[in-house]
Ligand binder design. Structure first.
Ligand code: ADP
Length: 209
């Protein structure tokens, strides 16, 4: 199973990604974590990435695309993955799609975490106090929400057109949200395994957008 999570910062993707990974025995690939690791290790990529991350901007597409590919191949061989934080731009989504289709491993489902901005700002202020992340100051948080609205939200339409988007209500008790997600993924798994029903990606084909 290959699942993507899309949602604004603070929507709870990280928490749910870990739970999905445990429940379905998938690898969790979180680009934010991978980038912070590069920064902590002082790699060349980390040095470039840090400047963008501290401003709340997205790291350039080519760096992220490159960093993520090997992990997706490895994880796929071990049963699948849940992607948290990638793709985050249309260019990344297109690159990921063409790449995955060429290997016969297209994404199965995209879960879109729906949540109001007021709720997000409150959550992110809390996280800033707890985790001391350098990109969680109030100003940067606002900027990251704008970046989400401008660059990442268009992916919702993109995956809807591909027929693999499922909206998830990201407000409420964490366990209840997990249950909703698990039910969706179990349903999807059962459906694709039964009677040769194919994945929408294959049905639509690469030129159907
Ligand atoms: P959040 O979801 O709270 O924004 P993340 O840990 O997912 O936090 O990401 C932190 C930062 O890492 C982003 O603001 C961005 O600078 C960078 N980043 C993560 N994923 C990507 C991506 N796919 N493309 C570009 N930049 C990314």
């Amino acid at each position: 199973m290959r699942v993507l999570l899309i949602g604004p910062p603070g929507a709870g993707k990280g928490t749910q990604a870990s739970r999905i990974a445990d429940h379905f025995d998938l690898a969790r690939i979180a680009t934010g974590d991978l980038l912070r690791e590069q920064v902590a290790n002082g790699t060349e990529l980390g040095k470039v990435a840090k400047e963008y991350m501290d401003r709340g901007d997205l790291v350039p597409d080519d760096l992220v695309i490159e960093m993520t590919r090997d992990r997706m191949v490895e994880a796929n061989e071990e049963g699948g993955y849940v992607l948290d934080g990638y793709p985050r731009t249309l260019a990344q989504a297109e690159a990921a799609y063409r790449w995955a289709l060429a290997r016969g491993i297209p994404f199965d489902l995209t879960l879109y975490f729906e949540i109001e901005e007021q709720e997000l700002l409150a959550r992110l202020a809390g996280r800033a106090r707890e985790e001391h992340r350098s990109d969680d100051t109030e100003e940067t948080v606002r900027h990251r929400l704008e970046v989400f609205a401008n660059q990442t939200r268009p992916l919702v339409d993109y995956y809807q057109r591909r027929g693999i988007l499922v909206p998830i209500n990201a407000v409420g008790p964490i366990d209840a949200i997990s249950e909703e997600i698990f039910a969706t993924l179990h349903w999807h798994k059962a459906r694709t395994m039964s009677a040769g029903v194919n994945r929408p990606e294959w049905v639509l084909g690469p030129t159907a957008t």
